[in-house]
Design a protein around this ligand. Structure first.
Ligand code: PLP
Length: 393
C-alpha cells in the first residue's frame, strides 16, 4: 500500500501504510538493526553518495524500519513527509534549526511543554533566535507579537496541564497573513483525535514517547509536513546533526500506531467518566477537561477534535497539602511525570514539571498549588475512582 494513496481510512493506514517486505516474506514489520548498508559495486556506492540513485547508505540518514514508521505517521496525519527523530525535543530542535537562522523570531504560546520553553528561552538566544511568549487563547497578543523577523508560530492544543484549547484555523490565518509557519505540537491528541493540517497548520510535531508508543517504553519524536519544508532543510539538519530515531524505537512506535485509534478512544472514554465524577467530589474546586460542558472552550474542542483525550487536571481547595496527600494515598496511579501510557499517572505540576517557574510565572500560567494532573490510562474507571476517593474526602 502506497503512502500517497489517500483513499484509505486512517484506521487502515494505521495498520497497513508504509509496509515494505523483505524477500523472506515476513508478515510483521522487520527491525533493520544495521548501522550501514552494502553496495553492489564501487559505482553504486558513488551514485548513492552523489544522490543520483535512491537507497540507503547509513542509518543516521535513512533506515527501512524508521522509514516504515515515518510513512505510516505521515499517512495518518495527512502530511506528505515525516521525519522520525530521537525524541520529541529533537523533533522541535531539528525543525527550528533546520528552518530558521540567527536573527529570526518565534512567537510561541506560553502554555507549552516546559522543556520547549527552556529550549526557546535559554538555548536558542545563544544562537540568535529569539522567542516571544503569548497567552494561548489571546489572538490579539499573537498578532501584536509578530515582527518583520518572525518566521514561526508555535503552539500545543490542548495545553499541558490546563487543557486550554487554541483555535488552529485562526492561528494559521494569523501566521499566513504575515508569511509565517504555524507549528502544532499534536502530542495530546495524536492524529486519531485531531488533524492540524485540516485547519491550516504547516508542520505537526510529535513526542512519540507519549501516545504513539502508548506503553511508556521508548523515547522518540517526529515532525510531519510538506516535502518542500522537510525534505531539504530539516532532513539535511538531521543527517548532519544526528538527531535520528533508532530502528528499534521506530519499530515499537510503528506497532503502537496500529492500536492508536482504539487506545485513544478508550483513554478518552475513561477520562470523560473520571472528569465528570471528579466534578462532583467534595474538595475538588475545579476540573479542567475539554470534554466537560464547563470547559471554557468545550465548543471549539468539539469541532476541532474528534475526542477529548486522556489528560485531566483539577484543583483541590486544600492547596498543595491536599494535593500531596491525595497523590500519596493512591495505590494504582503511578507518581511520575510521563503521560500517554496505558498506566494512569498522577503529577503535582507546581512542584515538578513547573517547579522552576517563579511564583508569578506559575500564577500567570494558572498552575495553582492545589492543581493535580492525571493521565488517564486503560485501567477500570471504577478502580481509579476508588483509588482517588480516600484522598478527596
Ligand atoms: C513530552 C513532550 C515533549 C517532549 O518529548 P520527549 O520525547 O520527552 O523529548 C514535547 N511536547 C509535549 C507536549 C510533550 O508532552
Amino acid at each position: 500500500m502506497s503512502n500517497n494513496e489517500n483513499k484509505y481510512h486512517r484506521n487502515t493506514q494505521a495498520v497497513r501504510a508504509g509496509i515494505r517486505r523483505s524477500p523472506e516474506g515476513e508478515h510483521s514489520e522487520l527491525i533493520f538493526s544495521t548501522s550501514s548498508f552494502v553496495f553492489k559495486s564501487a559505482a553504486e556506492a558513488a551514485a548513492r553518495f552523489a544522490g543520483d540513485e535512491p537507497g540507503n547508505i547509513y542509518s543516521r540518514f535513512t533506515n527501512p524500519t524508521v522509514r516504515m514508521f515515518e510513512e505510516r505517521l505521515a499517512a495518518m496525519e495527512g502530511g506528505e513527509r515525516c521525519i522520525g527523530t530521537s525524541s520529541g525535543m529533537s523533533a522541535i530542535l531539528s525543525t527550528c534549526l533546520g528552518l530558521l537562522r540567527a536573527g529570526d523570531h518565534i512567537v510561541s504560546s506560553r502554555s507549552i511543554f516546559g522543556t520547549t520553553v527552556s529550549l526557546f528561552s535559554n538555548i536558542f538566544p545563544k544562537f540568535g533566535l529569539e522567542t516571544t511568549f503569548v497567552p494561548q487563547a489571546d489572538y490579539t497578543a499573537w498578532e501584536e507579537a509578530i515582527t518583520p523577523a518572525t518566521r514561526m508560530l508555535f503552539m500545543e492544543t490542548p495545553s499541558n496541564p490546563l487543557t486550554e484549547v487554541a483555535d488552529i484555523r485562526r492561528l494559521a490565518d494569523i501566521a499566513h497573513a504575515r508569511d509565517c509557519l504555524l507549528v502544532v505540537d499534536n502530542c495530546f491528541c495524536t492524529p486519531s483525535l485531531q488533524l492540524p493540517f485540516n485547519f491550516g497548520a504547516d508542520l505537526v510535531i510529535h513526542s512519540a514517547t507519549k501516545y504513539l508508543d502508548g506503553q511508556g517504553r521508548c523515547v522518540g519524536g517526529a515532525v510531519v509536513g510538506s516535502e518542500q519544508l522537510l525534505g531539504k532543510d530539516v532532513f539535511g539538519f538531521l543527517r548532519s546533526a544526528g538527531t535520528c530515531m533508532s530502528p528499534f524505537n521506530a519499530w515499537v512506535f510503528l506497532k503502537g500506531l496500529e492500536t492508536l485509534d482504539i487506545r485513544m478512544r478508550a483513554h478518552s472514554e475513561n477520562a470523560q467518566r473520571l472528569a465528570a465524577w471528579l466534578e462532583e467530589q467534595p474538595g475538588v474546586s475545579r476540573v479542567h477537561y475539554p470534554g466537560l460542558a464547563s470547559h471554557p472552550q468545550h465548543q471549539l474542542a468539539s469541532t476541532q477534535q474528534s475526542g477529548y483525550g486522556g489528560i485531566i487536571s483539577f484543583e483541590l481547595a486544600g492547596g498543595q497539602e491536599a494535593a500531596w496527600s491525595l497523590i500519596d494515598k493512591t495505590r494504582i496511579f503511578s507518581i511520575t511525570a510521563n503521560l500517554g501510557d496505558t498506566k494512569s499517572t498522577i503529577t503535582h505540576p507546581a512542584t515538578t514539571t513547573h517547579q522552576r517557574l517563579t511564583d508569578e510565572q506559575r500564577r500567570e500560567a494558572g498552575i495553582a498549588p492545589g492543581l493535580v494532573r492525571i493521565s488517564v490510562g486503560l485501567e477500570d474507571v471504577g478502580d481509579l475512582q476508588e483509588d482517588l476517593a480516600p484522598g478527596l474526602g
